[in-house]
Design a protein around this ligand. Sequence first.
Ligand SMILES: Cc1cc2nc3c(=O)[nH]c(=O)nc-3n(C[C@H](O)[C@H](O)[C@H](O)COP(=O)(O)O)c2cc1C
Ligand code: SF4
Length: 394
Amino acid sequence: MGKTFIGPLTFDSISPNSGLEKALCLSPEKVISTIEDAKLRGRGGAGFPTAIKLRSTAREVRDTKYVICNADEGEPGTFKDRVLLSNYTSLILEGMTICAYATGAKKGVIYLRGEYSYLKDKLTEKIRIHKEKELAGSCEFEIEIFMGAGAYICGEETALIESMEGARGEPRDRPPFPFSNGYLGYPTIIDNVETFAWIAAIMDKGAEAFNSVGTADSRGPKIVSVSGDCECPGVFEFPYGTTIQTVLETAKAINPKAVQVGGASGRCLDSTQFSRTISHEDVPTSGAIIILGQDRDMLKVVKNFLEFFADESCGQCTPCREGTRVLLEGVNMMLAGSCSNEYLNELIGLSETMQVASKCGLGQSAPNAFLSVIEAFKNEILGRTQRVEGEWHD
Ligand SMILES: Cc1cc2nc3c(=O)[nH]c(=O)nc-3n(C[C@H](O)[C@H](O)[C@H](O)COP(=O)(O)O)c2cc1C
Ligand code: SF4
């Protein structure tokens, strides 16, 4: 693998403190309506409108509220938050402080991925400097760091709260949602690292500058981590609506076989689909694009992702706990040439059940790679299954 590049990011053009300074001249409601006008959607995966969460938290009448920065970044293939935390720390702290001002929160927490512990001292120092600034001080907003312990499920917002409270990292039933009943039962806004950085950027550059790029339902730019079989892996900013082909050209990927968009929980596209776009309407991504070269065995790729999910499933619900294991077993049978077409159809049915019956996003998205590889590389896969009885049905 070559050097990891960081492309030019909009954040480079933002003067420190500028977004926060402008936000504090507005009313909290005007801050929220600016983010609403920008049509900002969360950058952590689900793409929920950020202003709705902010307004819901602001409306809660409680003395204590929290702003949590989700820096758990556990999706295989995602490393854009690491770059943002390392190179644009003050923008993230500004974004959190703007949200605190907008919602009336006085306490903030950065939930830092266990494997990023080497960033903790630098972040602590940046928080100290941020607090000393007169502007940040006027919000009386305190930010601390909570270290994650390396479980992928703890990136899910309610599992994250459980782990902060000292319990097992398992997703909660929703409702209630964190905006009314979050950390320690208090109203809590949880956003992705990148979302906070965009909040600061929007307050500085204005809603229009942000929403003038993108597609109808996906406004603004997206920061993406590109890795895999290419000459120029790295972190780049693309407007939503950018084609996969453009991403491949930027990363200097020569004649790739497939692209996994959205990390392990995302979808696999073959070369006939490279004109598709990164967007909530077409191919969504929390920020991971993994390029797969011609010599990749797609079944081994799927096996790798399923091993991850079988390992990381919290085990709370049966479709995910058992489904990830059974799918992995099925892929191993395919690799050994002992899976029938009929059983493959059963695995497809199981995947569809997992998508609808699993309790949280982990189990719901765990079969995505399997299903999309089966669809895109049907001939390659069918050549490795046994035609015992029953035909493949689409
Ligand atoms: C299994 C799982 C892991 C997740 N991991 C992360 C993560 O590492 N970082 C993140 O921001 N969101 C993650 N999410 C999404 C969060 O639950 C939540 O939607 C997000 O933090 C909200 O922030 P946003 O609105 O800014 O996107 C994960 C979700 C699931 C189901
Ligand atoms: S889907 Fe998986 S990770 Fe989510 S609650 Fe169920 S077992 Fe746990």
